[in-house]
Design a protein around this ligand. Structure first.
Ligand SMILES: C[S@@+](CC[C@H](N)C(=O)[O-])C[C@H]1O[C@@H](n2cnc3c(N)ncnc32)[C@H](O)[C@@H]1O
Length: 241
């Protein structure tokens, strides 16, 4: 298998090209199809649901308007493919929010993985305050493994809460994750392994994997995000002599 590949297109097509038991970790931030209690609210574009008036400066992204039943069915489709591709004992990390937390833990297990816990991404007090309410300060990483996960894996102890704000200079996608956050998360992969992210967006998982010395594989539907990811990965290369 060729590592360090970025595929432009639907992740299900990309995953079908990857061999059985060939990858060491699935770490991904799929479209949540969240941000609305009712079907009509979910049909809105991501910028209206997630960002508000500031959203128009970001490119829209796709795949974020499924209802709960189709979201669950779709998650199980691509997670089942990922289950085939991962080596035995490999970790899986899925980003989600409070609304989709139950669906995400259901999908993980329906696809055959063992659910092992939830790690919190604490976005800090930099996240939007709303008077009279709890601050929406956290997203979650549902994690698990393909079967038993040996205790002697070549990976460090990882934090149960990762506190990392979104910084403007480090944001390349409407729902882009901080690079520093992803550099911590990818360390769940065994040293020398290959990290798979089927929903690369602006490539933060892949960039973090490259920075931490892992191989990487990713797919993304939108050309704009492919270009951004290629630029970010290209910037990591040493300048030509
Ligand atoms: C939540 S974003 C990922 C953001 C990423 N973590 C980052 O830091 O930039 C999810 C991405 O999945 C892409 N996407 C949605 N459906 C897809 C599919 N079927 N195959 C591949 N990519 C898809 C969207 O275009 C979007 O960019």
């Amino acid at each position: 298998m060729t590592t360090n590949q970025l595929y432009h297109g639907d992740c299900l097509r990309f995953l079908a090209t990857l061999g059985d038991e060939s990858v060491d970790a699935l770490i991904t931030d799929p479209p949540y199809s969240s941000g609305g209690l009712h079907a009509s609210a979910r049909q809105q574009c991501p910028s209206s649901k997630y960002i508000g008036s500031d959203g128009k400066k970001w490119n829209e992204f796709v795949g974020d308007n499924r209802d709960q039943r189709s979201q669950l069915a779709w998650y199980v489709l691509w997670l089942s493919e990922a289950h085939r591709i991962l080596k035995a004992g490999s970790p899986v990390c899925l980003f989600t929010d409070w609304r989709q937390l139950p669906l995400t833990t259901d999908a993980l297990q329906a696809a055959g993985f063992i659910w092992r816990g939830i790690t919190v991404w604490d976005k800090t007090e930099a996240s939007r305050p709303v008077p009279g309410r709890f601050r929406s300060q956290a997203e979650y990483i549902v994690w698990g493994s393909k079967g038993a996960m040996p205790l002697n894996r070549a990976a460090p102890v990882l934090p149960g809460v990762i506190r990392e704000p979104v910084r403007k200079a480090d944001k390349f996608h409407m729902t882009g994750k901080p690079t520093a956050l992803m550099r911590q998360v990818v360390k769940i992969c065994e040293r020398g392994g290959v990290v798979l992210d089927p929903f690369a967006g602006s490539g933060t998982t892949l960039v973090a994997a490259a920075m931490e010395g892992f191989g990487w594989l990713g797919s993304e539907m939108l050309k704009h995000n492919i270009t951004v990811t290629q630029e970010r990965l290209g910037a990591l290369l040493p300048p030509a002599a």
